[in-house]
Design a protein. Structure first.
Length: 552
């Protein structure tokens, strides 16, 4: 087969016509110095703060310092492969991580890359790690309870969806246990959980994953791990990664819970980065913006307002330009919405936007040294959060677990984050316990006590026993209401101390089998009115008759 000359010329002409010159313009720089996870680069004059840069070999870094003659970069990985004089290129992208349903049940690193051996994460969604917190208008007050399943917290230091509640205490006082129990208790509650482990041993994180799998909690949980062996930049960015993943659910009208365990180690990692970047140190050698480090993270936790739009009856509510959005947080706003529906005419109704009303709840953990809550980082985070759960070593060592100090612990949302039934039965409990603690200290010096004081001490001791709870055994809210009602209404006052735990266990089992309708009624109505209180009182009396205390 022979090709004719004109055919060859036609092929060449066609290729010349189709040829398009593509120029790939890329801004590159050079590594000046590298060491301790920090690189200084020359030549990246157009770099942005927080931008990703790529080193030779594919290793990524994040721009933190923008100076006149160089750029300071935190390296996401080992810096041993980077040498002085290496070429670095800009990506033009701010640090992003994958988000979405594909991350549920997975263990990922601080950049959202899987480390559980279950294959790649297939999600079309990604978000910037650093995002601005929602404004005042887009929020609503915290009113919906987030049940932890821990009696002493749900009764006296309630947490609501959208709240930021600090868990604080010395090492080995049960901070992680409180967090893990809270995750386990979200089963069936339509809450997606994110556990961020910062600077922890790999074995500790593996234990947490194993426990969550054992209780079926990994079905709605994502673990973000920046372990003790990871470089400081990854420990610094991990909480923002977890928060970003939680925000995806918050902004699609769902509920998320984010646990940062713990922010002390994140602050230490950030201090390391800042000192290596030659930023001026302040108190305890932390940089001046260490408060902003935590405030910009925790302010992203919020209960978003329900947003309403006026649409035709057969139309689906959609967020689009030019359409007015209404909030129903006050009478004035409700009147405005009603007026807008009337003005729109017949066939128009108000409908709630499906991607509104979501929440992100934050449970930051802070480790104290010898119970010192007045140190720099603890006081910073206490001032940012809506309350704190203080765990005490002395209580833990004396067998009171969870070791919550009721005197110092507080929830600034208060009874708003409780169901009415719990508010009714636990109203006096906090005061009774606080008085018991004060009386207990006084009674150590007194040889002869009057009857009222003895009764108060006896009640307090039994309340402490009732509030004791095993690890990985969260209690449903209706069962908490029943056992706390029995304890605050004198049904356990005459029991020997060693029988209180057995009494509660048998009482709850009896309620589950014989009085299931009563427990279901507490959940459905959320209050003890409408005859439920009388029924509960009769049930306590009935069980008390049949309960046999031990002989001793």
């Amino acid at each position: 087969m022979q090709l004719r000359a004109e055919e060859i010329s036609n092929i060449i002409k066609k290729q010349i016509a189709d040829y398009g010159q593509k120029v790939d313009v890329m801004e590159t720089g050079t590594v000046l110095t590298v060491g301790d996870g920090i690189a200084r680069l020359h030549g990246l004059d157009g770099a942005m703060a927080g931008e990703l840069v790529e080193f030779t070999g594919g290793l990524m870094g994040m721009v933190l310092n923008l100076e006149e003659d160089n750029v300071g970069v935190a390296i996401f990985g080992s810096d041993t492969t980077i040498n002085e004089g290496d070429t670095v290129k800009r990506t033009g992208k701010i640090v992003e991580v994958p988000v979405g349903e594909a991350l549920i049940g997975r263990v990922v690193n601080a950049l959202g890359q899987p480390i559980d051996g279950k294959g790649p994460i297939d999600t079309p969604h990604s978000r910037r790690v650093e995002l601005k917190a929602p404004g005042i208008i887009g929020r609503q007050p915290v009113q919906e309870p987030l049940q932890t399943g821990i009696k002493s917290i749900d009764a006296m230091i309630p947490i609501g969806r959208g709240q930021r509640e600090l868990i604080i205490g010395d090492r080995q006082t049960g901070k992680t246990a409180v967090a893990v129990d809270t995750i386990i208790n979200q089963k069936g509650q339509n809450v997606h959980c994110f556990y961020v482990a910062i600077g922890q041993k790999q074995s500790t994180v593996a234990q947490v994953v194993a426990k969550l799998e054992e209780h079926g909690a990994m079905e709605y949980t994502t673990i973000i791990n920046a372990g003790a062996s990871e470089p400081a930049p990854l420990q610094f960015i991990a909480p923002y990664t977890g928060c970003t993943m939680g925000e995806y659910f918050r902004d699609s009208g769902r509920h998320a819970l984010c646990i940062y365990d713990d922010l002390t180690k994140q602050a230490v990692a950030y201090r390391q980065l800042s000192l290596l970047l030659r930023r001026p140190p302040g108190r305890e050698a932390f940089p001046g913006d260490v408060f902003y480090l935590h405030s910009r993270l925790l302010e992203r936790a919020a209960k978003m307002a329900d947003e309403w739009v006026v649409v035709k009856e057969d139309e689906e509510p959609v967020r689009k330009e030019g359409i007015d959005i209404f909030y129903k947080r006050s009478e004035e706003e409700e009147e405005r919405l009603e007026h807008a529906v009337k003005e729109a005419g017949s066939g128009y109704v108000a409908k709630k936007l499906p991607d509104s009303g979501g929440s992100l709840t934050a449970l930051p953990v802070i480790e104290t040294q010898a119970g010192d809550v007045s140190a720099y980082i603890p006081t910073n985070v206490i001032s940012i959060t809506d309350g704190q759960i203080f765990l005490e070593s002395d209580l833990f060592n004396s067998g009171v677990r969870p070791a919550i100090n009721v005197g110092i612990s507080v929830s600034r949302v208060g009874g708003n984050a409780q169901i009415k039934a719990m508010k009714e039965v636990a109203g006096t409990m906090r005061l009774d316990l606080a008085q018991f603690r004060a009386m207990e200290a006084f009674a150590q010096f007194a040889s002869d006590l009057d009857k009222a004081t003895q009764q108060q001490l006896a009640r307090g001791q039994r309340l402490v026993e009732i509030l004791k709870q095993g690890q990985y055994k969260p209690v449903r809210v209706e069962e908490q209401v029943a056992s706390i009602y029995a304890s605050t209404n004198g049904f356990i006052d005459d029991l020997p101390l060693q029988d209180v735990g057995r009494y509660e266990e048998e009482f709850i089992n009896w309620m589950r089998s014989s009085k299931k309708d009563l427990l279901d009624g507490i959940v459905e109505q959320g209050t003890l009115k409408k005859g439920l209180k009388e029924e509960l009182h009769k049930a306590c009396e009935e069980f008390a008759k049949n309960f046999e205390p031990s002989d001793s």
